[in-house]
Structures are given as C-alpha cells and as structure tokens.
Design a protein around this ligand. Structure first.
Ligand code: HEC
Length: 159
C-alpha cells in the first residue's frame, strides 16, 4: 500500500463524518442538537426508572444486579454536566420540537435546585436498590417526585 493511499483513508473518513453532521442538521434550527441531547438524557432516565418502577410494582421480577445497575445509571445521569444542552432561547415559545418552558431560564437558580434534588434522590436509591425489593420500594418514590417536581413547573404538557 502506498503512503498516499494510507493518508487518504482517514481524510475520506472525516469527510463522511462531516457529511453526516450536515445531514443531521438539515432543516433544523440552531438548537436542534442541544434539544436532542437533553431529551436523550431524559429518555435514559425514563428507561432506567421504568425498569425499577416495574420491579417495585411487581410487574417485573426483582433482580438485585439489574436494579443496582439501573439505579446507578440514574445517579450517574443526574450528575452529568448538561448545562450546554440548555442554551438560552431554546424554550418552547421560541422554537419547535421542545417542551422546555421559558420559566427554566427565568428562574434559573431554581432549576439547579430541582436537579440537585434529583441527584440526591438517585444517589439514595443507588445505595439501596441492590439490597432487596423493600429497600427499592422505599427509595424509588423520592426519585419519581424529583422528576415530577421539575416537570410540573418547567415542562409543557404533551401537545
Ligand atoms: C431539572 C428538571 C428535570 C428533572 C429533574 C427531570 N426532568 Fe424530564 N424533562 C425536563 C424538561 C424541561 C423536559 C423537556 C425537554 C425538552 O423537550 O426540551 C423533560 C422531558 C422529559 C421527557 C421527554 C423526553 C423527550 O424525548 O422529549 C421524559 C421521558 C422525561 N423528561 C423523563 C424524566 C424522568 C424519568 C425523570 C426522573 C428520573 C426526569 N425526567 C427528571 C426536566 C426535568
């Protein structure tokens, strides 16, 4: 293989990646990637909490390892640095495709409090979820409350 050929392969790879990025933003607003990112974090919350909720309700058999893993995921997700996914001006009064209410930016310190409540509840759940079903049941409620406590003031109803 000639050195020239070796050099062109990564270049072609980069062009492909750039092409994908352009395709991904086609027809979208400037906040599209950020909105998708924060909604993805929320989807991961829902996936992990969904499993734990099903176990708590007896709809899914309790498994200590699965429960501990899902609770650990919630705790990790809630401590990720996601401020960049919430740019000013990306609320639902300004752009399509989001249910984030303008109040998030109007009352900024409060949403930081709501996030803190979420990570504290998730850390407590992660401490006990792998112990037994009763412990999971005892701690999951506060996580659900933390989700709802932020959605109620800051997320628009589904339209
Ligand atoms: C600090 C505030 C806050 C916390 C805590 C929070 N959410 Fe959210 N959530 C939001 C906001 C705001 C939106 C709307 C985001 C958007 O559409 O841009 C949202 C959207 C969602 C969505 C819809 C995602 C989509 O694809 O459009 C789901 C599902 C969700 N949240 C689940 C959860 C779960 C489960 C928890 C708790 C484990 C949680 N959220 C905790 C603020 C929060």
């Amino acid at each position: 293989m000639s050195p020239f050929k070796k050099a062109t392969i990564p270049a072609a790879g980069l062009a492909l990646i750039a092409g994908l990025a352009v395709a991904g933003s086609h027809g979208a607003g400037p906040f599209d990637a950020a909105i998708k990112a924060r909604q993805s974090q929320m989807k991961l919350y829902a996936f992990n909490l969904g499993m734990l909720g099903a176990m708590a309700k007896g709809e899914m058999e309790y498994n200590a390892e699965t429960a501990a893993g899902a609770a650990e995921n919630l705790a990790k997700l809630s401590t990720m640095s996601m401020a960049a996914a919430w740019p000013q001006g990306s609320d639902n009064s300004a752009v399509d495709g989001t249910r984030a209410l303008p109040a998030i930016w109007e009352k900024y310190p409060d949403i930081v409090e709501k996030s803190k409540a979420m990570s504290e509840a998730a850390a407590t759940l992660a401490d006990v979820a792998g112990t037994d079903l009763d412990a999971l049941r005892g701690a999951i409620g506060d996580v659900g409350k933390a989700c709802g406590g932020c959605h109620k003031p800051y997320r628009a109803e589904e339209s």
